[in-house]
Design a protein around this ligand. Structure first.
Ligand code: GLC
Length: 483
């Protein structure tokens, strides 16, 4: 599938309006910030949407939408807002028996009262798992960047970490290191057949456990205990097992596929482990052959007995680079794959959330005929400008850590990133910083898209910062240990 868009059609011409666009994005971003308990706490999901009189929840502070917001604030050294956000989230961590340790999907202050949604108010009554996994990661980013070790070691933070670990590291029926979740439990929060062990959740679990480990290490400096030591040891082991599990079962290249296709099936017994999930070669989709090219690689969307999900998910793959789950050569394999499939993944509005979309009968069965997740729309193959900076961050972090690696490839990836940046800069202001884009090329503003979506605005600002202001600041995103 060759790249068939000419430069002209890609709308990538440098624009002299760069400064004006950045200034106006900044001004809009400031308007998304809201207060709780008397001080700024984070951003609402969107400033406006086509039917703003509806009682939809885009006026709430979503934890996942605030990930880029908090990182942007860290880079601006507005540490007090980030600390307040983390602290309010902790106050809202559930303490009821069945959900103990869960962080809310979103919250808002109404008439002086904090109201949180753990899923009991959302459309379809969905529980998010990603919000809980993001909290320790954001907390570690904050502690590392601001050097507020005291907050990191505080009783309040440490208690939150232990509650969360109780929730994710517990005995299960099947003893693998992954976290099992229902459909719709992360950024993709409408039915998309992403139940089980979806990539994004498992990569976030990896980042979460690494961050919890670092936070516990700071506390150990003040006061050690046998319990803490045990927890640290268990966490380290879990991180190691989880990483091995994901690299073994999710990472695919043209080479690994050729092995997988010829594996034995119907294997019984502990010592036969070439095909533990009993995957039949017939389930391998046709599109994969060209998609993988010779030297490309990526993490597939999910592994389930007999039914791997081969779809490509942009966020899980980008985070796997940022969190250090993929090795450096694997990261370059991923960059090669994105370059090769640029006409799909970037097209007119970078970047597509999930590829390929489910069509016709599959869409009907697996999404429950969800009209919002129509083929090529929203989560089902739609394009989300908010996803580009994660991929850009992965590329820039790789450049920073491995400055001399594969100059030819990295030059091409960097050029693609620049063009994607221009493409957003030239279109987004006119398209009112829309939430998502529809159609095979991502040209049309999403049919039910809100406008002035916060993570679209702040994602652009982050990419601008990393490309133009200070590329070395990408280090804010790494999950390295304490100095
Ligand atoms: C939609 C998206 C979800 C996002 C929320 C607020 O529900 O699917 O990922 O967090 O909107 O923007």
């Amino acid at each position: 599938m060759a790249t068939h868009f000419s430069q002209e059609r890609l709308r990538v011409r440098p624009s002299s309006r760069e400064d004006a666009v950045v200034a106006s994005a900044r001004e809009k971003f400031e308007r998304t910030l809201v207060s709780a308990q008397g001080s700024l706490v984070g951003s609402v999901a969107a400033l406006a949407h086509p039917r703003s009189h509806d009682s939809l929840n885009y006026g709430e502070v979503f934890l996942r939408d605030n990930v880029p917001v908090m990182i942007h604030l860290l880079l601006e050294r507005r540490f007090d807002i980030v600390r307040h956000f983390l602290s309010v989230c902790l106050d809202l961590q559930s303490s009821t028996y069945q959900t103990r340790g869960v962080f809310p999907t979103s919250f808002i202050e109404e008439n002086g009262q904090l109201m949180a949604d753990y899923g009991q108010r959302s459309i379809g009554r969905i529980t998010s798992v990603d919000a809980s996994l993001w909290w320790p990661i954001l907390c570690w980013y904050y502690v590392k960047r601001s050097q507020d070790w005291e907050f990191g070691a505080s009783q309040k933070v440490q208690r939150g970490v232990q509650l969360l670990l109780d929730l994710v590291m517990h005995p299960t029926f099947e003893g693998t290191p992954v976290l099992f979740v229902p459909d719709c439990s992360f950024m993709i929060d409408r039915p998309m057949d992403v139940w089980g062990a979806p990539l994004e959740v498992e990569v976030l679990l990896f980042g979460c456990l690494r961050s919890c480990g670092h936070l516990m290490e700071i506390a150990r400096r003040d006061r050690s205990s046998r319990l803490l030591e045990q927890r640290l040891e268990l966490t380290r082991q879990w991180i190691h097992d989880l990483r091995s599990f994901l690299l073994k079962n999710y990472w695919v290249t043209s080479k690994t596929m050729q092995v997988l296709r010829r594996r034995p099936t119907e294997q019984y017994g502990e010592h036969q482990h070439e095909n533990e999930f009993n995957v039949q070669p017939q389930v391998i989709p046709d599109w994969l052959q060209d998609w993988l090219e010779n030297r490309g690689g990526y993490l597939i969307g999910n592994i389930r007995t007999g039914r791997p999900d081969f779809r490509f998910y942009s966020l899980g793959n980008s985070l796997a680079c940022l969190f250090g789950l993929l090795t450096a050569p694997q990261q370059r394999g991923l960059f090669r794959l994105v370059l090769h499939n640029r006409s799909h993944l970037m097209a007119q509005m970078p970047m597509r959330i999930c590829h390929p979309p489910m069509e016709a009968a599959e869409w009907m069965n697996k999404t429950g005929s969800d009209p919002k997740n129509w083929p090529w729309s929203y989560h089902n193959g739609g394009h989300w400008p908010s996803l580009l900076w994660y991929f850009g961050g992965a590329v820039l972090q790789h450049e920073l850590n491995h400055p001399r690696a594969d100059a030819l490839l990295m030059g091409q990836v960097r050029a693609m990133l620049e063009e994607c940046y221009w493409s957003q800069l030239n279109q987004l202001p006119r398209q009112q910083w829309a939430e998502y884009f529809d159609g095979p090329t991502g040209t049309w503003v999403g049919q039910q898209s809100r406008t002035y979506q916060t993570w679209t605005i702040v994602g652009f600002l982050l990419l601008h910062h990393l490309l133009r202001v200070n590329p070395a600041d990408v280090s804010v995103l790494s999950i390295d240990g304490p100095p």
